[in-house]
Design a protein around this ligand. Structure first.
Ligand SMILES: [Zn+2]
Length: 291
């Protein structure tokens, strides 16, 4: 496992698995003739997507171990496993075990937003049939606005929520409702984002890389879910506030291009992260960053 060093932190890209969503829904107004060159569709028009999480390990003694998003989890009916083509091969906890970590080692879980493919792994069904927290010692950080919205979504987005995946957090003592921009740890920032859904948050980690250069990595969440979504107008039909998303993406990419920051994609099927460069006003992949 590679890992990327930023200051005191080691960052790892970890896959919970893969799933598939309708290609048209993933690319909104973009014609299929264009998007299928980036992500080919299957016979049912679905595109394969990663369920990628970010592990941040504070290497100082007693340092925290933070997961950003927790994948789609295992609370799925056979019917939905087929519809969403869910493939996990043991999922997130199995991948953590390969790094020598167990569920109790995770001190913090940052949920970018409560859509089922980002929070699903926060809970699991125990042997007694009850749903419990997968990471029982972790404090779970969710923006308060997203928490409220997820309990009363609109007809347009209610199918993106599976309340069973997050309701166990209520009253657990392990839920931290975040109010806007927050520095979770020195150099680890939670940044509100409103375009994809109400009260989402991105994560920005800043520190010196192996060469001593100050570097930022941004977990882009569903603001830029894959490399193909670097283009300004390529965004999901799921987005609740497309024009807000456009503006947020423009600001994020302008800063990323100027700083040479690393963009981390939760759903890209091929790469975890990259740096971008400007080609005629559009951000395009410049170099893949492995972690
Ligand atoms: Zn989402």
């Amino acid at each position: 496992m590679l890992g990327l060093q930023l200051g005191h932190y080691t960052l790892h890209a970890i896959l919970d698995g893969t799933f598939a969503l309708d290609g048209g829904a993933m690319f909104g107004v973009v014609p299929k003739t264009l998007w299928q060159k980036a992500l080919p569709a299957d016979a049912e028009n679905r595109v394969s997507l990663a369920l990628r999480t970010l592990l941040i390990v504070d290497e100082r003694p007693g340092g925290r171990r933070i997961l950003v998003d927790v994948g789609i989890g295992d609370l799925w009916s056979e019917k939905n496993r087929v519809i969403y083509k869910i493939a996990r091969n043991g999922g997130l906890t199995a991948r953590l075990a390969e790094l020598g970590l167990c569920a109790n080692d995770i001190t913090d879980v940052v949920i970018t937003h409560l859509h089922f493919d980002h929070v699903g792994g926060a809970t699991a069904r125990a042997a007694d049939g009850n749903v419990r927290l997968t990471f029982p010692r972790a404090t779970h950080h969710v923006q308060r606005r997203n928490w409220s919205w997820a309990h009363h979504p609109s007809e347009r987005d209610c199918r993106s929520y599976l309340p069973e995946t997050f309701s166990a957090l209520e009253g657990s003592g392990k839920l931290h409702l975040v109010e806007g921009e927050t520095e979770l740890l020195p150099g680890v920032f939670l940044l509100p984002s409103e375009g994809h859904t109400v009260g989402a948050q991105l994560v920005r980690v800043v520190g010196s890389d192996a060469s001593g250069t100050q570097t930022a990595l941004v977990f882009c969440g569903d603001l830029i879910p894959t490399r193909a979504h670097l283009r300004a107008a390529w965004h999901m039909a799921y987005d609740l506030y497309p024009l807000t998303l456009l503006e947020e993406k423009r600001l994020l990419l302008a800063q990323a291009l100027e700083e040479r920051s690393i963009l981390f994609f939760p759903h890209d099927p091929n790469i975890a992260a990259c740096r971008a460069r400007d080609v005629q006003g559009e951000a395009v992949l410049d170099e893949v960053v492995a972690l």
